[in-house]
Design a protein around this ligand. Structure first.
Ligand code: ADP
Length: 267
């Protein structure tokens, strides 16, 4: 190509692959849409109930209705707080700013978690059993490992009907390394299994339960509230500890969530 004076002219183009940027943009949009949708209904419930309360100060005999409306406000505010807390947690965990951790013995930690969940378990007459060796150490952030156990055992209680059973098992199986021992002390991985005989998860939902905001929507889960972020948080924590997580489940029969973490010498 030349100009009208006969000088040669070049053409330069800068091409950038923006697929990743587009994907990130889409993820951000999905995220904002879901959050605004999930916050909208509790906020509306709060506003409407407050309006009703203003109109109907308790007349003699109207205390019960008044109390129920106050409870509705509290429930909505609680759901919103849970969602915001989960979102903040997920952000922190994904940013990975929590240090190298310390040796944590999972056996007493599970006992603490089960004790802390005694109220919802007893409320549904669900027996929670623990089975494991005397000690099973991993290296990690104690509060986050506690969150993993609380989410898994808490879900088992939440998604199991009255009178059901939940069992948390810890195993330290033989490491499946080759015959050559590299370390002077063999450090075994730690496997945790949380099993329940609850409502189970339909096969079509099973591959998605660790996704952010995914909740199984059917007659068995109707009336059970949640954010759909618990298992996404749990998976992020496990992966931040170089571990793996999985689930086996049969609808109507029960579920087993398992976690495998690299072992550590007890500190
Ligand atoms: P949620 O806040 O809804 O409990 P989670 O991320 O913890 O969110 O779990 C995602 C979904 O996986 C739940 O909504 C529920 O449908 C299903 N789920 C999780 N744990 C169990 C379980 N032990 N038994 C049956 N369903 C479960």
């Amino acid at each position: 190509m030349t100009t009208e004076y006969g000088e040669p002219v070049g053409l330069a183009a800068i091409l950038r692959d923006i697929t990743l940027l587009k994907e990130l943009e889409q993820m951000k949009t999905d995220f904002v849409n879901t959050v605004s949708h999930d916050l909208k209904s509790p906020i509306m419930a709060i506003a409407m109930t407050a309006e009703l309360l203003m109109k109907a100060m308790p007349a003699p005999g109207g205390e019960r209705a008044y109390r129920e409306r106050c409870e509705r406000i509290l429930r909505s505010a609680k759901n919103m707080t849970e969602l915001v807390t989960d979102l903040l947690d997920l952000g922190k965990i994904e940013a990975g700013l929590e240090g190298a951790g310390e040796p944590v013995d999972l056996v007493p930690l599970i006992a603490d978690v089960v004790k802390a969940l005694a109220a919802p378990a007893e409320g549904k007459h669900i027996a929670v059993g623990i089975e494991g060796p005397p000690a099973a150490a991993v290296r990690g952030v104690r509060a986050r490992l506690q969150q993993v156990l609380t989410n898994l055992i808490g879900n088992s209680i939440k998604y199991t009907r009255d009178g059901g059973r939940v069992r948390a098992t810890v195993e330290t199986p033989e490491a499946t390394e080759g015959p050559v021992r590299i370390r002077p002390v063999r450090i075994r991985p730690v496997r945790i299994r949380v099993t329940d005989n609850g409502i189970g998860i339909p096969a079509r939902d099973l591959p998605h339960v660790f996704d952010k905001f995914y909740r199984v929507a059917n007659h068995a889960t109707a009336g059970i509230s949640g954010t759909g972020l618990g298992l996404a948080i749990t998976r992020s924590i496990v992966e931040a500890h170089a571990g793996r997580i999985g689930v086996e489940s049969t609808e109507g029969t029960g579920s087993t969530f398992w976690v495998e973490l690299p072992g550590a010498a007890p500190g």
